[in-house]
Write a protein that binds this ligand. Structure first.
Ligand code: PMP
Length: 431
């Protein structure tokens, strides 16, 4: 199981790619900057596995950072994409697929009285803020340290994900004026929320939150925290925006808003709803969304928005989830994998804290539960990096950063998890 993994072809491709693309990649975390070894160049995905160009097959706990709730290339989705491709890949006109997918989403997210499809989570978050600013006539936006809402200028302030991985709290190229209205406070700190709203509440358009944070590792809200956000935003006439791009359909079929029974004014979705194709969506209260063009004056558009391939893939994925209990299977895999990580760490005497919520799990090299980005920083990042390499040798693929959550799919059957569990035992023992 720990026989040497050859990475010769990935190494060649990585060298070539670095002469062509920044860091040799199309998105920063993929470059393996905070772990050791060469990024694996992937040849194909099969169910719970990634297969790289050197022929190594890994159990995949990244799943494209979330979308692949049924695993790689599930028949239902592949067939839907193929059939749709034969009918055209983009119309620049509305199609029945958008209407169907909007219904599917609304059935599970009733707070989304109106919604608009876009091409990424970034676009969704950026557009939701625009609508919130227009609706309230205010400019300020509150976000949390370590939460990631995509790479729109105004939200690139103390962000999570790759920004945290690379230690870039603020990005050059974003004018200070653009983030001047972005107020960043620590997550899970009630006093910080009350204080910022008491000070600037009348100027705050929206508070954006990852209701369960997934871009600084997996960090849950404290009991009652989301309810408190709901109450404070309402009191001050600001909109509460749940960014459920990552956790939507994953922590609960109805997202964090169903899990915690808190109704946001606006919601941002992405990942799962596109079945692995590029997609995003934002929506919420009809009185807010009616400001969006062409109903209202808030401009937002997209050549490929509502793309029929992405709509067909999303519909196929959600249809399969309804028909098969795939969500429950993926959730079971998340729970048992988190248990396997915990028991492997315990057996090796390594302090680790694990958590699983629905079809996601995460762990930190730490001896206590963590609630904020500052907390998360106290975890042992070097240990994560070593474990990551040891697991690759044992053919288990984790996110290449301690600040990303892990994902499971319905293809992660008990025998797959059992194989991963053996790898965890052996990797922690070798730490
Ligand atoms: N919001 C959250 C919570 C995310 O996790 C992400 C991406 N990981 C985004 C927004 C941005 O989505 P995209 O990468 O599709 O632009």
């Amino acid at each position: 199981m720990t026989d040497t993994v050859s990475t010769a072809r990935s190494e060649d491709l990585f060298a070539e790619a670095q002469g062509l693309m920044p860091g040799g990649v199309s998105s920063p975390v993929r470059a393996f900057k905070s772990v050791s070894g060469v990024p694996r160049f992937i040849e194909r995905g099969e169910g719970p596995y990634l297969v790289d160009v050197d022929g190594n097959r890994y159990i995949d706990y990244v799943l494209s950072f979330g979308p692949l709730l049924l695993g790689h290339a599930p028949d239902a989705v592949t067939q839907a994409i193929t059939e749709q491709a034969a009918k055209g890949t983009s119309y620049g006109a509305p199609s029945p697929l958008e209407v169907r997918l909007a219904h599917q989403i609304q059935d599970r997210y009733p707070s989304m009285e109106r919604l608009r499809f876009v091409n990424s989570g970034t676009e969704g978050a950026m557009s939701a803020v625009r609508a919130a600013r227009a609706f309230t006539g205010r400019n300020k936006v509150v976000k949390f340290d370590g939460h990631y809402h995509g790479h729109a200028d105004l939200l690139l302030a103390k962000a999570g994900s790759g920004v945290a991985t690379l230690g870039l709290p603020d990005s050059p190229g974003v004018p200070a004026a653009v983030t001047a209205d972005t107020l960043v406070i620590p997550f899970n700190d009630e006093a910080a929320v009350r204080e910022v709203f008491e000070r600037e509440g009348s100027e705050i358009a929206a508070l954006l939150v990852e209701p369960i944070a997934g871009n600084m590792g997996l960090v849950r809200p404290r009991d009652g925290y989301l309810q408190m956000l709901r109450e404070v935003t309402e009191t001050h006439g600001a909109l509460l925006v749940f960014d459920e791009v990552m956790v939507g359909f994953r922590v609960h079929p109805g997202g964090a808003q169903a899990l915690y029974d808190v109704t946001p004014d606006l919601t941002v979705l992405g990942k799962v709803i596109g079945g692995g194709l590029p997609v995003g969506a934002y929506g919420g209260r009809a009185d807010v969304m009616k400001l969006v063009a062409p109903d209202g004056p808030v401009y937002q558009a997209g050549t490929l928005s509502g793309n029929p391939l992405a709509m067909a893939a999303g519909l196929a994925l959600l249809g399969e989830v309804d028909a098969t209990g795939a969500w429950e299977a993926a959730a079971e895999a998340a729970r048992t994998t988190a248990e396997a990580v915990q028991s492997a760490a315990d057996a090796a005497g390594v302090p680790v804290v694990t958590d699983a919520v629905g079809t996601m799990f995460g762990f930190f090299f730490n001896d206590r539960s963590l609630f904020s980005f500052e907390d998360v920083q106290t975890s042992d990042k070097a240990a994560f990096s070593r474990l990551h390499g040891l697991l690759l040798e044992r053919r288990v693929y984790l996110p290449p950063s301690p600040f990303e959550a892990c994902f499971t799919s319905s293809a992660h059957t008990p025998d797959v998890v059992e194989t991963a569990a053996e790898a965890f035992q052996s990797a922690f023992a070798a730490l």
